[in-house]
Design a protein around this ligand. Structure first.
Ligand SMILES: [Zn+2]
Length: 72
């Protein structure tokens, strides 16, 4: 399983709650913060995923988060 898959699965599992890049990195044990950032940017262009400024469901901080909104 690639990191992209892991990130996507994590977001889908939390759906419809949003999660920030930092929490994704922490949850998946990613060493480089940029890594999660790059993956969420990638996912944001994918159907069903949206990236926006909101309160993260994990840390509660309002920042750029990503969530899975659709179920198709
Ligand atoms: Zn967070």
């Amino acid at each position: 399983m690639t990191i992209s898959d892991e990130v996507r699965r994590l977001i889908e599992r939390l759906s419809p709650a949003p999660i920030c890049d930092d929490c994704i990195s922490e949850r998946l044990g990613l060493s480089v913060r940029q890594h999660a950032n790059h993956k969420t940017r990638e996912l944001a262009g994918t159907k069903g995923f949206e990236r926006r400024k909101d309160a993260c469901a994990i840390c509660g901080v309002t920042k750029l988060v990503i969530r899975h909104s659709g179920h198709c």
